[in-house]
Design a protein around this ligand. Sequence first.
Ligand code: IMP
Length: 197
Amino acid sequence: MKNLIVATRNKGKILEINALLAGLVDQVSSAADFADFPETVEDGATFEENALKKAREASRFSGLPALADDSGLVVDALEGRPGVFSARYAGVGASDTANNERLLRECQSVPKEHRQAAFVCVLAFVTPDGVEQLFTGRVTGRILFEARGEAGFGYDPLFLVDGFERSMAELGLAEKNAVSHRAQAFNKFREYIKTMK
Ligand code: IMP
């Protein structure tokens, strides 16, 4: 595929997505490349709704095939919160640190054996000629009692990845991209694009 626009300004995500699309797309641009890129209101009740809305607006704006991911952390003991509110759990424009502090507070009284959670990523692919496809990835783990690790972004330092004795922030980019929710959704997208060629 020649050109693709990724509908995010999140530097952490752009870094991961560029690595995940390596060899598949000649030129990847992102919302960060345009000063006037439209700000999508993420008011959907599900990751699917938000991802589709972002991809549709990005494709309309750029005239290019667009990819948008909506992702977040789903904590069992919190009835699925923060979910679609992951980016603004501690308020609109909240920092990762503030969101992580809120998560730790909400999970304060949840014992180790009930701290199951998952990172979920829904990827929407929309083209100017009307193609719309969704791809979902999910990685399970447990919420830690304190932050561990320096890599990644968002809730990574508080998420102990199942099957690893390390938090998501203790895995480097390459290891994270081998297991993450985003990587799984992108792998499905890669397979799909190959069949389109
Ligand atoms: P989105 O940009 O609306 O998809 O919001 C995603 C939010 O979910 C981010 O701001 C993070 O708080 C959280 N999140 C999503 N993916 C990850 C990840 O890979 N690591 C850590 N936090 C993530």
